[in-house]
Write a protein that binds this ligand. Structure first.
Ligand SMILES: *[C@@H]1O[C@H](CO)[C@@H](O)[C@H](O)[C@H]1NC(C)=O
Ligand SMILES: *[C@@H]1O[C@H](CO)[C@@H](O)[C@H](O)[C@H]1NC(C)=O
Ligand SMILES: *[C@@H]1O[C@H](CO)[C@@H](O)[C@H](O)[C@H]1NC(C)=O
Ligand SMILES: *[C@@H]1O[C@H](CO)[C@@H](O)[C@H](O)[C@H]1NC(C)=O
Ligand SMILES: *[C@@H]1O[C@H](CO)[C@@H](O)[C@H](O)[C@H]1NC(C)=O
Length: 392
């Protein structure tokens, strides 16, 4: 063989090696970006739920605040839940409106800070409510977290006059019940594959219409790392601004994460407003607070069909969308295609505090996304951000 061919082969091999090295470096970078520690609100509470024992649910049981739900017998069946009425001082219940809230509170044994988060969230919620309402918590939880949640709610409810009730839905039961949804969604919106049990938490909100009893028609889903600075009654009033087609209300995402995820799509569609800051375009949605018209979601043919592999596969292809933020990716992707299904809440009702993306090559435009003017009604300490102390 002539020497020049040797040289050519040598150069070819060297180049391939360097290219591999380069991509490997990018890969590492990407996983650093999308690693679990930075996923903020969306890697909510969970480490792994494999260790949560295979309890299969609970029967409906009325317990007094001091009594605890017995493990064993009462956790036999699937659909039902434990039930707990914390406060019955307000006898005139029929004249009050009940606001239904859903919260995920899981794995507190592995992550003790969650207990503190839940306490602050509950306290701030209760503190700003008038006595004209009743609150109904729908907690998606596990048996040991549930014991703690009950105690916190009981303690906090002593400071109020109004009625508070709680239902618990166990996450392992949910995972079994909605295994197909979890498997389909996690392949598009999760970096971790295969462990659908530990992933179930991140997709709870999309199946709430089927989890929550059918007589509940409106629901407010809030992350546990949030704090109220205003009355949930005012948040509830936002439902009145929905038009006939809107099923869900979410506030804009206050970071450029979806600009990043839509990079390929935006390269192919240079004038697209998708991934632009709010006001100018659509920055995506954040799922720290989600207003749900449950009845409409149950009836919506589009919404139901969106939970299938075929629909989601088509949508993720169309937008070259590879997510890592769970339910929030689902809402954002759906909103790219069907914006009319969504009401956009003011950012003041979900003031996210995560600034992780600021130093990741988006310094110049970060503030356009992050900005949220005016009185803050609800803070969201996503990616473990510190929530400012309340004034009083
Ligand atoms: C659980 O469900 C089975 C079948 O649906 C029923 O026969 C049984 O009574 C239920 N157990 C409890 C404790 O509700
Ligand atoms: C209950 O509330 C209604 C409407 O606010 C009021 O008319 C009624 O007198 C109240 N009943 C009691 C027993 O307080
Ligand atoms: C509830 O209040 C009791 C009595 O003040 C206290 O001992 C307990 O630690 C509180 N529980 C929680 C979970 O904060
Ligand atoms: C979804 O569809 C893709 C391609 O059509 C297929 O590879 C994948 O296994 C499907 N996933 C599920 C959970 O059905
Ligand atoms: C997805 O795309 C394929 C191919 O274009 C089409 O046959 C299928 O009906 C689409 N699925 C949905 C649910 O729109």
């Amino acid at each position: 063989m002539p020497k020049s061919i040797h040289l050519f082969i040598f150069l070819l091999v060297t180049c391939s090696f360097l290219v591999c090295l380069y991509y490997n470096e990018i890969e590492k970078n990407v996983s650093r970006r999308f690693g679990p520690h930075l996923l903020g609100s969306n890697l909510r509470n969970l480490r792994s739920s494999e260790d949560i024992s295979a309890l299969t649910g609970a029967v409906l049981s009325n317990v007094t605040p001091s009594a605890s739900v017995q493990h064993g017998d009462e956790y036999q069946n699937n659909t039902a839940l434990a039930y707990y009425s914390a406060n019955t001082k307000n006898a005139n219940v029929s004249s009050t409106e009940t606001i239904h809230l859903a919260v995920i509170f899981c794995n507190v044994e592995q992550k003790a800070a969650l207990k503190w988060n839940f306490k602050k969230m509950t306290r701030s919620l209760i503190k700003h409510c008038s006595n004209k309402i009743a609150l109904y918590f729908h907690l998606v939880t596990d048996p040991s977290s549930w014991e703690i949640a009950k105690e916190i709610i009981h303690n906090e409810s002593k400071k109020t006059q109004f009625n508070i009730q709680v239902s618990a839905y166990f996450i392992d039961t949910f995972a079994k019940q909605f295994i197909t949804t979890v498997q389909v969604l996690q392949q598009y919106f999760s970096v971790k594959q295969g462990t659908y049990y530990s992933q179930a938490l991140f997709y709870v909100s999309v199946r709430l219409p089927d989890l929550i009893p059918s007589d509940v028609t409106r629901l407010i889903f809030v992350d546990v790392d949030t704090e109220f600075r205003d009355s949930v009654e005012k948040l509830n009033q936002q439902f009145e601004y929905f038009d006939d087609q809107q099923l869900l209300g979410l506030a804009p995402e206050l970071s450029p994460v979806y600009r990043h995820i839509l990079y390929v799509y935006r390269n192919q569609h240079k004038t697209s407003l998708l991934g632009e800051p709010k006001g100018k375009g659509f920055p995506g949605y954040n799922s720290g607070v989600v207003l749900m018209k449950l009845d409409k979601m149950r009836q919506s043919v589009i919404f139901q069909s969106l939970l299938t592999n075929s629909s989601l596969g088509n949508l993720t292809d169309k937008y070259s969308f590879k997510g890592h933020l769970g339910d929030q990716d689902f809402y954002t992707l759906v909103a790219l295609e069907y914006p009319h299904l969504f009401y956009t809440l003011p950012c003041n009702w979900n003031r996210q505090l995560c600034q992780w993306w600021k130093s990741k090559g988006y310094d110049d435009i970060f503030d356009l996304f992050y900005e949220c003017k005016g009185f803050i009604s609800l803070y969201h300490g996503n990616c473990n951000s510190q929530i400012p102390d309340a004034n009083n």
